[in-house]
Design a binder for this molecule. Structure first.
Ligand SMILES: [Zn+2]
Length: 247
């Protein structure tokens, strides 16, 4: 894949996501999908990309509501009467860790053998629309999780609200709504106990930014110092992100 598309702008030109927050899939994976789209001179419509835990829960609920004969196992997965898994349990889907897309249209007809040449795979023949990067073959969920945290750290190090929401399982719409605020609040005590230990609890946004700079998570404190004036609870979001990334 020497001629793989590299620039983010070019990737975005070829991939069309159903919802704007679905785009933070494993970056190499996105490049490969865009590469094939460019090769075929056809934009690729992605109906589902990155899917948060909250969305996975909602998908199970929707499936149950739409099909009265479906049933749910204690782990949250939904099955049909044939015993086929229709919606994976929250956290068990490759979508939850950014290593799967559901595509719509022309790519469904590309044979699996050809897809593999592009570093892509179709794990389930009965779901021709579900595509994963070749590396996920035989990977455990834990390994997929690891990939996720590592690319979140590498590619999205600026750690915006969207990243926070992705990491904490919320719908990553980038909007600081009640759920996001609640999640940040929820973490307050944990942050103080786990990250700070015996150190003075962090009370201000300035302290949060200093922590992030000291840990080389961010490199432009001025930008963030200004942001924390503008966005309520952003300091808490930032600390939470540090915690998760240290994993
Ligand atoms: Zn899928």
């Amino acid at each position: 894949m020497n001629d793989q598309i590299a620039a983010v702008e070019e990737v975005n030109k070829w991939l069309v996501f159903g919802k704007p927050w679905q785009d933070r899939i494993y970056p190499d994976f996105a490049k490969r999908l865009a590469h094939v789209a460019k090769l075929k001179e056809n934009k690729l419509v992605i109906t589902s990309g990155f899917r948060s835990i909250d969305e996975q829960v909602a998908a199970a609920k929707n499936a149950l509501a739409a099909h009265k004969d479906y049933y749910q196992k204690p782990n949250g997965a939904v099955y049909n009467t044939k015993g086929q898994c229709i919606v994976a349990a929250p956290g068990n889907s490759s979508h939850n860790w950014g290593v799967a897309v559901d595509i719509d249209g022309w790519m469904e007809t590309i044979p699996s053998t050809e897809l593999e040449k592009y570093g892509l795979r179709r794990p389930m023949t009965y779901e021709p629309w579900h595509i994963e990067p070749i590396e996920t073959k035989g990977l455990t969920i834990d390994a997929k999780k690891k990939t996720f945290y590592s690319y979140m750290r590498g590619e999205y190090y600026s750690m915006d609200i969207k990243s926070f929401q992705m990491i904490t399982g919320l719908i990553p719409d980038g909007i600081v709504g009640p759920k996001t605020i609640a999640k940040a609040e929820e973490m307050k005590d944990v942050i103080n106990k786990v990250i700070l230990g015996n150190v003075e609890p962090i009370q201000t946004g300035e302290q949060a930014v200093k922590l992030l700079v000291d840990n080389k998570i961010i490199d432009s404190p001025d930008y963030w110092l200004q942001k924390i004036q503008e966005i309520k609870y952003l300091d808490l979001l930032l600390i939470k992100i540090v915690n998760k990334l240290r994993g």
